[in-house]
Design a protein. Structure first.
Length: 118
């Protein structure tokens, strides 16, 4: 089971154990279940409110990709991804650090999730 550590500049860090392998277990869902004050609105990858910065803590290759077209579009609109970044992600098969918590499905890997970032 992966450890997901949530960190925010104004709150104490919280580490939770997540159940990986489900197609519905998003970072946002885990944060809400853990009663973390994460911001969200649409919950459908369209508004960008749930922006988080994700660091993969395992030594293995990150598994948290790929980004959906919707997620890529919003992250570009927020200035967090460029076309070059998207091209590099598709070639190297490595996801962006910037993610939408409502879109990122948790895989079997330890993560540090920074929320309340912009
Ligand atoms: Fe709107 Fe995640 S809550 S993009």
């Amino acid at each position: 089971m992966p450890n997901i550590t949530f960190t925010h500049p104004d709150y104490k860090d919280k580490t939770v154990y997540a159940v990986a392998g489900s197609h519905t277990e998003t970072i946002l869902k885990i944060a809400k279940e853990s009663k973390l004050p994460i911001q969200f609105d649409c919950q459908d990858g369209e508004c960008g409110t749930c922006l988080v910065k994700v660091t993969h803590l395992d030594k293995n290759t990150p598994k948290g990709g790929p980004l959906t077209a919707k997620e890529q579009t919003v992250l570009q609109q927020l200035g967090k991804l460029t076309s070059d970044d998207i091209e590099r992600m598709s070639v190297d098969d490595i996801p962006s650090q910037w993610r939408l918590a409502c879109q990122m499905i948790v895989r079997d890997e330890d993560l540090l999730v920074e929320y309340g970032v912009s």
